[in-house]
Design a protein around this ligand. Structure first.
Ligand code: ADP
Ligand code: MG
Length: 223
């Protein structure tokens, strides 16, 4: 028992450390990106290829941080009652610009006073990953709809898109580390997300049809 406890404490420390490192690394990455971009604009043809590669690799490092730890804060995991409209307000702030950039729409209808128990940073991390995938699956003019309600003893959230959809064989592989169909994907987002939802005692289910779209249903026990 004691060994287990020690192990859990060590894991906790490691994840807090990873979170603070990610947080600190983000800024220098952004600054470096800015300077490389400047150099690229002034560069001669022969240097361009290297600068482009350097930028792509920096973007890859940023994607890994986003998929793992966008909201991670170097503070001990703090479990509290989360009010969904409040959580989703922050999530929209980050993802609406991405949806617009992609030529799609993000529409959410979350009623007030739905509560679940959990860690706010982790909750946001999980939903950023789910909704970002939906946005990335959209064609021009596509849309992502998000709604939530309470049913008996559960709080249920739906994230539905009319994007490219998946074959059953792909749905079966979701959450597998490094499973990605994107040229710039990390294949880490859903692995992290499944883990977070599980820790919050929730369940996540994917319904998808190739060429039609995807619906993700996430259920949490009502506190
Ligand atoms: P990444 O986004 O880096 O590829 P994820 O773990 O977030 O990694 O997702 C894994 C794969 O699952 C994606 O590459 C994509 O093929 C598929 N996927 C996940 N969500 C959706 C969705 N809403 N619509 C279509 N495909 C999806
Ligand atoms: Mg993803």
């Amino acid at each position: 028992f004691n060994m287990e406890l020690q192990r859990a404490e060590k894991m906790e420390i490691i994840s807090e450390l990873a979170a603070s490192v990610a947080h600190e690394v983000r800024n220098p990455l952004q600054v470096t990106r800015g300077f490389l971009q400047l150099l690229l604009e002034k560069s001669e043809r022969k240097d361009r290829e290297y600068l482009m590669l350097a930028l792509e690799e920096l973007d890859r490092a940023s994607s890994i941080i986003t998929d793992f730890l966008t909201f991670a804060k170097p503070e001990l995991d703090h479990v509290q009652l989360l009010e969904l409209t409040e959580e989703f307000r922050h999530i929209e702030g980050i993802l609406i610009p991405l949806a617009n950039f992609q030529g799609g729409k993000m529409i959410s209808r979350i009623p007030k006073n739905l509560y679940i128990e959990g860690n706010s940073s982790k909750f946001k991390q999980a939903f950023i990953n789910i909704i970002k995938n939906s946005i990335e699956a959209l064609d021009e003019g596509g849309r992502v709809q998000i709604w939530a309600y309470r049913l008996n003893d559960e709080i249920i959230v739906h994230v539905q898109d009319n994007g490219e959809g998946m074959e059953p064989a792909e749905v079966a592989r979701l959450g597998e580390p490094y499973f990605s169909n994107k040229t710039k994907g990390t294949g880490l987002g859903l692995m992290v997300t499944f883990r977070i939802i599980e820790v919050m005692k929730g369940k996540m289910e994917f319904l998808s049809e190739k060429g039609v779209g995807t619906e993700v249903i996430i259920r949490f026990p009502a506190p």
